[in-house]
Design a protein around this ligand. Sequence first.
Ligand code: SF4
Length: 315
Amino acid sequence: MTTPTHAPHAPHGPADDAATTPGASTDAPTGPARPALPGLRVAPANLRVTSPAAATTPPSSPADRASTPEGHPAGPRRRERRGADELRAVVEEAAPRLADASAQEVAAWAAEEFGGWLAVACSMADAVLPHLVAQAATDRGAATVDVLFLDTGYHFAETLATRDLVAARLPVRVVDVVPHLSVAEQDAAHGVDLFARDPGACCRMRKVEPLTEALAGYEAWVTGVRREEAPTRAATPVVTWDAAHGLVKVNPLAAWTFDELLAYAAEQDVPLNPLLDDGYPSIGCRPCTSRVAPGADPRSGRWAGLAKTECGIHP
Ligand code: SF4
């Protein structure tokens, strides 16, 4: 596994692919890889925060954040990260109880249960999920929510602009999760346009492995996966144990339709990626995302013409 970098860039905010279903090529300015500090899987210096409030403060390591004072952009973490057995017990109790709960109730539970150990994955197709969780955290005086954005270096300009808007407008800390290799470095090491020849490998290096590294610093992550998005997502639970990443996975929007998502965005004045209105109901990397005909499967524009339907983040 390559070591990804996670970055704040100043200032700016469901990775369903970290990101969720609802791009000019940009080469991520990752710079040289930095070794992780002893005991940490990710070097804090490699985190890139986009939120203005946190722009001058690099993201802290999980150990640092265990004693982070209140008011720090990362929010207070007054206890150590719980282990797998404890977190599995949390899932066992909460999953049946919250199976039919509203998205707001689920977000409120997640904010209270996990505090500063909670991450929200966002593809910047829309900011509904960050808004929902940030609202719940704010209402309960919980820690500032981290929003993880997989900055693959291949995003549409509109997606990056949406990220900046989220960071500027929402009370969250946007953390860009950056691959170990820039696009240019990947081209040199694996050949130009790897996505066209081996999208599985490209997604693994630019999305799956970086996210896995980033999630090691949390107890739970929240995604925007919705059951209606695809047959592979039809049985998505609201709360579950994510064995692949070793933490709790929360899907507050599992039962929502796309119309409900848009209605929430309109009511709450939540930023939306303008590509949603331009024929892209599901937005990923620019080379692997096509316009979709009206009425067609919303995800049919992702890796169109290939058997691939998921990037591997949501097995
Ligand atoms: S979606 Fe395409 S460009 Fe993006 S990481 Fe996957 S294969 Fe690479």
